[in-house]
Design a protein around this ligand. Structure first.
Ligand code: GDP
Length: 712
């Protein structure tokens, strides 16, 4: 393939040696003019190389691509409107971190890019050892070391540029993560573009959304002139910007810039060795300790353990209040509503079902609060950095850590945003492995199940137990990832970069907003989805009713009971007989032989079937199942206490059940999101199947092993 005409744009920071490079490439064949409509000088020149006709255009020197200055606007406009075949970014190797900021913005834009690592002589003189190959692999862009003043490396640079132009015809934008808040805002904004025109621009919705959040006047103007977008973008943009400012106490553009520098910092750490003592920033000093190979993991474990201690300690009293409140509500309903199905629906279906889930609101709230602290200070990014080394051994990427933490890696989270967070992984197989394993993390919906069972059977060791469950979920997810990467997702992993944004002092307001938003999500879900499923489960657990003769026989037995205690016992057995006769009860009993080796009784089976929809339902269904037939309002005890007293329940069974709930099928919403993210039903169905089988096998081994050890 020869004879093609290739346009090369030369870009770079002022003083990076761009003019020297332009001269070295074009020699005397230069033209000078102005960019249309502005007084910014435009220089260009033609040369031929291997039969190709190259046009070299010298862009104005800029530090950034946001339209804050005339030069930036001209440079960006040229790229977007003229679409050169390739951009050569001249960077000053002696000031690499600052210069790469522009390079990252080219990558976000997606232009075919080659980096000229200029002033290599100066960098070496300063004792910097830069590894161009590593830099190139980490950035995913060709990097050519040059000394423009002496014309060194220029030929190779041009060759690389031509090859890139011929190879990459499409723009491929880099999707960086800018932290959970900005990422979420970007998702909301890009959602608005679906089906809309974007006719004015060849650019992707994500880039435009990013610029809107960055307050880019030019992009705002363009969007406001677009009939398909004009009306609804601006209010949303304002809302999201205000929200970001509130939670992060900084302008979104500041936060976005921080994350770009974080990305660069991650690359720099790996590709550059500073042989002479360099000044350490405060963040770097803290990182020396927190991300230290030996001390770092110990601190991480201590932090986790401390969090669990704190959360159980702080939530104990308010959880008790809520239990009391729902007990009281049940009593009121008991007294106010006449005997019959309505009463059963209100008490067993709604109050005991949803109440069981809502009762854990304080626990969830404290958990989210501590996670907000970790997130807002920047410590969570360090956790990702620390675990990155571990994860590589399991065929995952550093960015998988963030997805896993979002999904509940610390306990309390959600696999839905977790699965979406996997988008930042560029390696498709590592991304799939992440998507398929994050549902094993301990999300906010599993927490009430744990809290219930830990409260009933491990009350003396609450924090230790949750700590252990956290480690187990990580261990299982990693093993699952390793197996997937050995089997269905075989392949090499490509190199990647960990982002290390600087530490920030969180604001109390930001923490409270983050905590409340997530807690409110939980409450809303309990009041809507869980309420709906709870009522459905109640119906399945109540119908069909016992045949008349059997019901009459039970009533006679109740009448015959002589003491109050005896009558209560008979009522309870009657309730259980009714449950056993219902659709759900039959299902639970049909599964008896399947789950008996795991120690589960048929009522637990009913709860687990409901849990396919959402894991909180396990709690609400157990609440309903164990409250049916309970009559005495004076005697309402929390479900936890009820289970603790129930024959057939013991710590071993509770533990096997917690493991099962941790591992088995992702909830419906997560399944739907996996479908969206993978573009078909194959992977979500695979996820449901492999997790449920794994859950069965693991709970089986644990329960039977426990029995052998005499723990039952
Ligand atoms: P521009 O502002 O990016 O166009 O930068 P110039 O091309 O004007 O270069 C700035 C200064 O750096 C000039 O004095 C150049 O001679 C010098 N320079 C450019 N490239 C190199 C290089 O690779 N090594 C060294 N030592 N000096 C360079």
């Amino acid at each position: 393939m020869s004879g093609e005409k290739i346009t090369i744009a030369l870009a770079g920071n002022p003083n990076s040696g761009k003019t020297s490079m332009f001269n070295a490439i074009t020699g005397a064949r230069q033209h000078v003019g102005n960019y249309p409509g502005v007084t910014v000088e435009k220089k260009w020149g033609h040369i031929s190389l291997n039969g190709h006709d190259l046009e070299i255009v010298d862009l104005p020197g800029t530090y950034s691509l946001t339209a804050y200055s005339m030069e930036e606007l001209v440079a960006r406009d040229y790229l977007i409107k003229q679409k050169p075949d390739v951009v050569i970014d001249v960077v000053d190797a002696a000031n690499l971190e600052r210069n790469l900021y522009l390079a990252v913005q080219f990558m976000e834009l997606g232009v075919p890019l080659v980096i000229a690592l200029n002033m290599m002589d100066v960098a070496e003189g300063r004792g910097l050892k830069i590894d161009p190959d590593k830099l190139s692999r980490l950035m995913g862009v060709p990097v050519v070391p040059t000394v423009a003043r002496k014309g060194k490396g220029v030929k190779q640079l041009l060759g690389e540029a031509v090859e890139t132009a011929l190879r990459q015809k499409q723009w491929r934008p880099l999707e960086l993560s800018y932290g959970p808040d900005v990422d979420q805002a970007l998702l909301e904004l890009t959602g608005k573009f679906n089906g809309n025109s974007l006719a004015w621009s060849p650019l992707g919705a994500r880039w435009v959304s990013l610029k809107l959040l960055e307050n880019d006047a030019e992009v705002q103007k363009q969007v406001s002139q677009d009939p398909g977008l004009a009306g609804h973008m601006e209010p949303l943009r304002q809302k999201l910007r205000d929200h970001l400012r509130l939670t992060m106490d900084d302008d979104p553009e500041g936060v976005i810039a921080d994350y770009r520098y974080g990305f660069i910092g991650g690359i720099y750490r790996q590709a550059v060795q500073e042989t002479r003592a360099q000044r350490l920033e405060l963040s770097d000093k803290i990182d020396k300790v927190l991300t230290n190979r030996l001390v770092g993991p110990l601190i991480l474990l201590a932090v986790l353990y401390g969090i669990y201690q704190f959360v159980f300690w702080a939530s104990e009293i308010p959880v008790g209040w809520l239990e009391g409140l729902f007990g009281w509500l049940g009593g009121v309903a008991e007294a106010a509503i006449p005997e019959g199905f309505v009463k059963s629906l209100v008490i067993s279906g709604i109050i005991d079902g949803v109440g069981g889930v809502l009762g854990f609101v304080p626990l969830i709230m404290f958990m989210f609060f501590t996670i907000a602290i970790l997130e807002d200070t920047g410590y969570l990014a360090r956790v990702a950095y620390l675990l990155d080394r571990v994860l590589r051994n399991f065929g995952l990427h550093g960015n998988s850590v963030m997805a896993m933490i979002v999904s509940g890696g610390i306990s309390g989270g959600c696999a839905v945003p977790g699965v979406m967070a996997a988008r930042t992984l560029r390696d498709p197989k590592a991304r799939l492995a992440t998507i398929l394993t994050v549902p094993m993390m301990n999300c906010g919906a599993k927490l009430p199940v744990y809290a219930l069972l830990i409260g009933a059977f491990f009350a003396a060791r609450e924090a230790q137990m949750l700590f252990a469950l956290t480690l187990v979920s990580w261990g299982l997810a990693l093993i699952a990832a390793r197996i997937l990467r050995w089997t269905v997702l075989k392949g090499e992993t490509s190199p990647f970069v960990m982002e290390l944004p600087p530490y920030r002092l969180p604001t109390l307001r930001g923490l409270l907003i983050h905590t409340w938003e997530r807690t409110w999500q939980y409450i809303k879900k309990a009041g809507t989805v869980i309420l709906g499923i709870s009522i459905l489960m109640w119906a399945l657990m109540s119908f069909p009713a016992l045949p008349e003769d059997q019901a009459a026989a039970w009533d006679a037995k109740v009448q015959a009971a002589t003491t109050k205690e005896l009558r209560q016992e008979v009522e309870y057995h009657k309730g259980q007989a009714e449950l056993a006769h219902s659709v759900a009860g039959r299902m639970g009993r049909a599964l008896h032989y399947v789950t008996a080796p795991l120690g589960f009784d048929w009522r637990t089976n009913v709860a687990l079937v409901g849990g396919f929809a959402a894991k909180e339902v396990v709690v609400s269904t157990l609440g309903t199942a164990y409250s049916m037939g309970e009559v005495d309002p004076e005697d309402t005890v929390g479900l936890s206490e009820r289970l603790a007293k129930e024959p057939g329940w013991n710590p071993l069974k509770a533990f096997a059940l917690m493991l099962f709930v941790m591992i088995y099928a992702p909830c419906f919403v997560t399944v739907a999101v996996i479908r969206n993210e993978t573009g078909g039903w194959k992977w979500p169905l695979f996820a449901v199947a492999y997790t449920t089988v794994s859950a069965y096998v693991i709970s089986f081994l644990v329960y039977q092993g426990g029995l052998l050890l005499g723990l039952g």
